[in-house]
Design a binder for this molecule. Structure first.
Ligand SMILES: [Zn+2]
Length: 162
């Protein structure tokens, strides 16, 4: 959105770059060169979309840091440690096919429970095996149950038909 006149007093607005410091739970960041619109009449400042994108990304990073959540790059490293694509990884740990594309870009911040799971996967030598074995077991059990049923029905077919 391009603003030319002030929505409050209708005076002329100019482009300006400001430096701002944001604090969250004792952690703070100073962001330089934030583009804004400044009203020459009433002195009000207005944000623009560029600010929204860049600043929000930095604020999300600050939030994750303050909350002790993994940063996007750390999530990439955990996934790559196991050699999975984003879709494969989501298939195993949950979260939906597009979840890791979003976490790894930083457009969405993972939930606390997802964050916990990812940390366990990163730091435990067994956690991934538990998740993948469970999947393998499920498939095998399903197959063996199916096999048993099939065998039973074929062995019982003579008696049931008589
Ligand atoms: Zn104004």
């Amino acid at each position: 959105m391009i603003i030319k006149i002030c929505p409050i007093c209708e005076a002329k607005v100019i482009r300006k770059k400001i430096t701002d410091t944001y604090t969250y739970k004792g952690k703070s960041i100073t962001i330089k060169n934030i583009p804004i619109y400044h009203c020459t009449g009433c002195g009000e400042d207005f944000c623009d979309e560029e600010r929204e994108g860049n600043v929000n990304k930095k604020l999300d990073a600050l939030y994750r840091e303050a909350e002790g959540l993994l940063q996007p790059q750390e999530i990439v490293e955990i996934r790559k440690k196991f050699g999975y694509s984003q879709e494969e990884f989501a298939e195993i740990v949950g979260g939906g096919p597009k979840a890791f594309a979003k976490y790894e870009k930083g457009t969405v911040t993972q939930s606390r429970s997802m964050d916990n799971l990812l940390r366990i996967l990163r730091d435990s030598t067994d956690a991934m095996a538990i998740l993948t074995n469970q999947k393998a077991l499920c498939t095998c059990e399903a197959k063996s149950v199916y096999q048993v049923k099939k065998d039973k029905s074929s062995s019982c077919s003579k008696t049931s038909q008589s």
